[in-house]
Write a protein that binds this ligand. Structure first.
Ligand SMILES: Nc1nc2c(c(=O)[nH]1)N[C@H]1C(S)=C(S)[C@@H](COP(=O)(O)O)O[C@H]1N2
Ligand SMILES: [Mo]
Length: 200
C-alpha cells in the first residue's frame, strides 16, 4: 500500500523549496553574455568605487584585491531566462569589506564592467553579507566567459545583476537604469517575487 499525498511529496523534495516561482533547475552552467568576452590584463585591472560628481573614492589593483579577506559563498543562482543552479561555490571579497572605508550618503549603485555592461541596484542590496566580487569558481580561477578575472555576485537577485568583468561602481543619489533595466527588465529583480520585467 502506498499512499503519498502531494503535500508530503512536496515537503520531501527540498529542491522545490529552493526554486523560485517559474524557474527550473539546471546542472550545467550556461553562459549568457550580451557581447564579446573582454580580455583584461591583470596588471591593468582596476576596481574603482566612484562617488558623484565623479572623483574616485577608492580603487584597488589586482594584487590589492587579492590581499583582502577571502570569503567562500556557496549560493543558488537564478537567471531571468528561468534556469536556476543550486550550490554554486565561489571565492572572493565581500562588498562590505570594499565599502568599509567608503563614506557616502548615496542610496544607489550603478555597476560598470569592462566591455561597457552596466546594472543598477540599491546600495543596500550590495551590503550586509549579500554581495561579493568573486575571482574563483568551483575551486579554479574564474573563467573569462563566466566573468573572469572578477565578477560581481549578488545571488539574491536575478543573475543579470551579477555583472561579469566588473571594474567599478558609481554611487548615485538618484537611481539610474543599467543595460537590461533600460531594455524592459525589472529595476530590482527579486526572483522570489518574480520581478522579471518592468511593472512586475
Ligand atoms: N558584463 C556582463 N555581465 C553580465 C552579463 C553580460 O552580458 N555582460 N549577462 C548577465 C546575465 S543576463 C546573466 S544570466 C549572467 C550570466 O552569467 P554566466 O554567463 O556566468 O552564466 O551574467 C550577467 N552579467
Ligand atoms: Mo540572465
Amino acid at each position: 500500500m502506498a499512499i503519498v499525498t502531494r503535500g508530503f511529496r512536496g515537503r520531501r523534495d527540498a529542491s522545490a523549496e529552493r526554486l523560485p516561482p517559474g524557474q527550473y533547475q539546471t546542472r550545467d552552467f550556461p553562459v549568457l553574455s550580451a557581447g564579446p568576452t573582454p580580455r583584461i590584463a591583470l596588471d591593468e585591472w582596476r576596481f574603482t568605487i566612484t562617488d558623484e560628481p565623479g572623483s574616485p573614492v577608492r580603487s584597488w589593483t589586482w594584487s590589492q584585491l587579492l590581499e583582502l579577506p577571502v570569503e567562500q559563498p556557496v549560493v543558488d543562482i537564478h537567471c531571468v531566462t528561468k534556469w536556476s543552479k543550486f550550490g554554486t561555490r565561489w571565492e572572493g571579497v565581500s562588498l562590505d569589506t570594499l565599502f568599509a572605508s567608503v563614506e557616502t550618503s548615496a542610496g544607489y549603485a550603478l555597476v560598470h564592467s569592462y566591455g561597457g555592461y552596466t546594472t543598477n541596484l540599491p546600495l543596500a542590496d550590495l551590503l550586509g553579507g549579500k554581495a561579493w566580487i568573486v575571482y574563483r569558481y568551483d575551486g579554479g580561477d574564474l573563467s573569462p566567459e563566466h566573468g573572469g578575472p572578477a565578477r560581481l555576485l549578488v545571488p539574491h537577485l536575478y543573475f543579470w545583476k551579477s555583472a561579469k568583468w566588473v571594474n567599478g561602481i558609481t554611487l548615485r543619489r538618484e537611481d539610474q537604469p543599467g543595460f537590461w533595466e533600460s531594455l524592459g527588465y525589472n529595476n530590482h529583480g527579486d526572483p522570489w517575487r518574480e520581478q522579471r520585467y518592468t511593472g512586475d
